[in-house]
Design a protein around this ligand. Structure first.
Ligand SMILES: Cc1ncc(COP(=O)(O)O)c(C=O)c1O
Length: 377
């Protein structure tokens, strides 16, 4: 371990609110600041004025260069098959998740379709499913105890948000599965196989931190599903920003071009960054005795790095040993996190964003060291 005993965990004004609730991925800004000139995008004002990109493509608003950049990066990293699949681009994978729910449920004979996910799940799924009060689908929560007959959709997030575990479907009764692979990249988890499912979602937000561009993509096997997803996005936003697609293309191409050059590779940099943050967090949790818990992750051979690596999730699933409301305890220290109950789990857990700014992360560690959990009678 890297001598944490000697490393300083700095403190700042304890009244400053540290927001680690949302998964805002600003941790990698330093890398991109150094890359300043390398993927600068200049767009003349008279370009990109049309709604349309390629009317011969099922996804008519997808820029061909972005499709090529997506395929090239997946090929190089080895994390997903793109062959014999349609690429559907979306305004973030949030839009694509809703498009996929629409597509799969509108193509199903029985409605409303049950939507489930194993606890703890990404809290936004529940919001996305319930918010619109659709007649097409209905949120049914915990997948492990789901026993309603009939068709269903299971959301499988791997590595999982919020607890970083590697996941497979749990219902296994012939329903549809949406694989959300937002974090299946080598700096978060070992790449052990090329994912090859019917419907896979990826987001530009979490690969290298460009959430503001609002780009995501789906890899879809079935043309009818792809067409329905495109129909949803057409009605919802008449396509996806071309400026964003062009910026994403430049950045994805840079990731691919440099990924094998150790001194320049984003993935090498981000792996070290995530590893260091996790080591520091584990050190602090250790220092607090048996106050807090963190999941442990097995090592595995990463095909991309060519060595054994561990999982360093984008979120920490922090627990406390007593049956306390950990979100409230942290809030008293002006640290905002997402309570485990929002993820279908327990209030003694919180989801902590591990992708925030350096200063916020350091300050979070500092405050964690000062927390005492009251003993319940
Ligand atoms: C598992 C998962 N899926 C999807 C998203 C949404 O990503 P996007 O920014 O592309 O909408 C997130 C964002 O935190 C996420 O954690």
């Amino acid at each position: 371990m890297v001598g944490f005993e000697n490393s300083k965990i700095s403190g700042c004004d304890s009244t400053t609110v540290i927001n680690l609730d949302q998964g805002n991925p600003t941790a990698f800004q330093e890398y991109w600041t150094k890359m300043k000139e390398r993927c600068l995008v200049v767009i003349p004002v008279w370009e990109l004025m049309s709604y349309f990109s390629d009317m011969s493509n099922v996804c008519w608003f997808l820029q061909q260069d972005l499709a090529e950049a997506i395929k090239a990066l997946h090929r190089e990293i080895g994390n997903a098959s793109t062959e014999e699949r349609y690429i559907v681009v979306g305004t973030g994978s949030s839009q694509l998740c809703q498009a996929a729910l629409f597509a799969l449920s509108s193509l199903s004979e029985a409605k409303p379709l049950s939507i489930v996910a194993a606890v703890p799940y990404y809290s936004t799924y529940e919001e996305q499913v319930s918010f619109v009060q659709s007649q097409l689908y209905k949120w049914e929560g915990e997948a492990r105890t789901f026993n309603k007959p009939g068709p269903y959709i299971e959301m499988v997030t791997s590595p999982n948000n919020p607890d970083g575990t590697i996941r497979e479907p749990v219902v296994n009764r012939g329903g549809k599965v949406i694989y959300d692979l937002a974090y299946y990249w080598p700096h978060y988890t070992p790449i052990t196989r090329r994912q090859d499912h019917d419907l896979m979602l990826f987001t530009f937000s979490k690969i290298a931190g460009h959430a503001g561009s609002r780009i995501g993509w789906a890899l879809v096997k079935d043309i009818e599903v792809a067409k329905k997803m495109v129909q949803y996005i057409t009605i919802n936003s008449i396509g996806v920003s071309k400026e964003s697609q062009i910026r994403a293309t430049a950045i994805l191409n840079e990731l691919t071009k440099t990924c094998r050059i150790k001194s320049e590779s984003f993935f090498e940099y981000a792996y070290e960054k995530m590893k260091s943050r996790w080591e520091r967090l584990r050190w602090v949790v250790d220092k607090t005795g048996d106050t807090f818990t963190l999941p442990n992750y097995p090592q595995a051979f990463c095909n991309f790095f060519g060595k054994n690596t561990s999982t360093f999730p984008a979120f920490a699933w922090l627990g406390c040993k007593e049956e306390n409301d950990l979100e409230s305890l942290l809030k008293e220290k002006n640290v905002l996190t997402r309570g485990g109950d929002q993820c279908g789990s327990d209030k003694k857990y919180v989801r902590v964003n591990m992708l925030g700014l350096d200063n916020d992360f350091e300050e979070f560690l500092h405050r964690l060291l000062t927390i005492r959990i009251p003993k319940l009678l």
